[in-house]
Design a protein around this ligand. Structure first.
Ligand SMILES: *Cc1c(COP(=O)(O)O)cnc(C)c1O
Length: 508
């Protein structure tokens, strides 16, 4: 009797987060797609980047909502305060850091994946089978055998951590049980001075410490010096250390240099070391026949990392790590618990393929494979090849423009899609040029026409262009050159301004 009343009362009060009016939700959704379509279509007409105005920043600091608001109001606020002030990387004239552009179709894929909201940790459902399919395609692209393993993660930093975990565990016995303090000898990892900082971060997280990294000098093309590498390995052996891993670069973040991958693979083989390749963006060049040497080098890695959100032009949040030896990958992450796969099931949702949650540190996993599936099917490898080649030609063209312009100086050879240059003047010291070029970069950003980023090449401040942008045109790069010259000339006409305003540049 009492329970009946309770049931009656609650039945009338139960709530959900679904719309009360599905039809107005549908209209709002259609409007979002309409307006986002215009936004993407007109991206070129807006500044690459602009500061969010102070009022906007202030309006984005609010107390936590206690009562809900209407969807319409929230969307209005998004359109007013968020959408007009993006990071800039969807713009044709953005070449900063290595930030991919994304595509309209993969934006929709993200919406559909969120709509399905499947947890891709495991299970017999189409999302896990799509992810397996995507991994098969990845192996195919990079010449890994069908028996190889791999997993999709949030980005190349995470992928490098997953790869180096497997490398460490494969080369030092019983780390999972005993921890790194149980390893008698000091594990040593080798890479060049041009290595991305995510490798250092991974080594630190793995408990090996930054001093376990040997940063080997590079040649004039920013490729690791193999002779110095070999010498360093034998010194470590002599000193009683335990060399365990070589990390090769396929596209360094500074200049796009690709190490001699076959040379590294030979040394790793001879010395019985794990060979990992960080190919975050550069590995993609292996799609082109003219990079067949690189492609065959990538296929010799024990583990390979590459991003989809860089040179595959996908929206952020997805990279892949591949392993030649699937079992070693599983051995590093597999855990069998009462609530996951301690008990195996041959029917029902739990009867699916090997759990992805046993292949990285994530349990809850978004359906990030869907946007890759959409992108590869929509574009096809043929068009990917054309787009990648287009970016390579654009980089070469910019390199030539810089070299043929008297007041500009190329600071590194253009070996891939990265161009490092500076404005120069024979009356100025390197220190003054550093300050001047930093001012130029900030002016370029504030001008909103073009957005390169920066790096230091042998302590020289470089304006750095990394083209992972399917919207860029040659004329955009001509504009970059024009703007750089214009600002450089303008600033040199007022040299006092440089001295006063130029902040000191930290050099390593
Ligand atoms: C971008 C990059 C990374 C890190 O990748 P995220 O996807 O940003 O985590 C690692 N290595 C290289 C060479 C990179 O360019």
């Amino acid at each position: 009797m009492k329970m009946d009343r309770l049931r009656q009362n609650e039945l009338s009060r139960e709530e959900t987060l679904d719309p009360q009016d599905w039809e107005s939700f549908r209209r709002l959704g259609h409007r979002m797609i309409d307006e986002m379509t215009d936004y993407l279509r007109q991206v070129r007409t807006r500044p690459v980047w602009q500061y969010p105005p102070t009022e906007v920043k202030e309006s984005l600091r609010q107390t936590i909502p206690i009562q809900g608001q209407s969807q319409e109001e929230i969307y209005q606020e998004f359109c007013r305060s968020i959408l007009p002030y993006p990071g800039g990387n969807i713009h044709p004239c953005y070449w900063g850091w290595v930030n991919g552009t994304g595509t309209p179709f993969t934006m929709l894929a993200e919406m559909l994946a969120a709509g399905m909201n499947t947890n891709c940790h495991a299970g017999d459902h189409s999302p896990t089978h799509v992810e397996l399919q995507v991994l098969e395609w990845c192996k195919h692209i990079f010449g890994f055998t069908p028996g190889a393993g791999g997993v999709l993660v949030s980005g190349a930093s995470m992928a490098n951590l997953i790869a180096l975990t497997v490398a460490r565990n494969a080369k030092a016995s019983n780390v999972r049980a005993m921890g790194v303090t149980g390893i008698r000898q000091r594990l040593i990892l080798y890479c060049s001075t041009e290595i991305h900082f995510s490798i250092q971060r991974a080594v630190e997280i793995l408990g090996l410490g930054n001093s376990s990294i040997r940063r080997i000098p590079v040649d004039q093309n920013f490729r690791i010096d193999l002779r110095l590498l070999e010498r360093s390995i034998s010194e470590d052996r002599r000193d009683g250390n335990l060399p365990f891993c070589i990390v090769g670069n396929a596209g360094t973040v500074n200049t796009g240099a690709i190490d001699d991958l076959h040379g590294l693979a030979d040394i790793a083989q001879r010395e019985d070391l794990w060979f990992h390749i960080d190919g975050a963006f550069g590995a993609v060049a292996a799609l082109l026949p003219e990079f067949s040497e690189v492609a065959s080098g990538l296929a010799r890695a024990d583990s390979l990392v590459f991003d989809f959100h860089k040179w595959f032009y996908l929206p952020f949040g997805v990279a892949c790590v591949l392993f030649q030896d699937e079992q070693l990958h599983r051995d590093s992450f597999e855990l069998k618990t009462a609530y996951t796969d301690l008990v195996s099931h041959d029917r029902g949702i739990a009867s699916g393929p090997y759990a992805f949650s046993n292949l990285s540190i994530e349990q809850g996993r978004s359906f990030r494979a869907l946007k890759i599936w959409f992108a590869l099917k929509e574009t096809g490898l043929e068009k990917y090849r054309r787009l990648i080649r287009q970016n390579l030609k654009q980089a070469k063209y910019l390199g030539h423009l810089v070299e043929s312009t008297p007041d500009l100086e190329l600071l590194a050879p253009v070996s891939l899609n990265v161009v490092c240059f500076r404005y120069t003047d024979s009356h100025l010291s390197d220190d003054q040029l550093n300050r001047l070029n930093k001012e130029i970069l900030m002016d370029l950003h504030e001008g909103g026409l073009v957005a390169p980023s920066f790096t230091l090449i042998e302590n020289k401040y470089a304006i750095r262009v990394a083209i992972v942008n399917h919207r860029t045109r040659m004329t955009d790069l001509e504009m970059l050159v024009q703007e750089t010259l214009r600002i450089g000339h303008f600033r040199l006409a007022r040299p006092s301004k440089i001295k006063q305003q130029g902040a000191k540049i930290e050099t390593r």
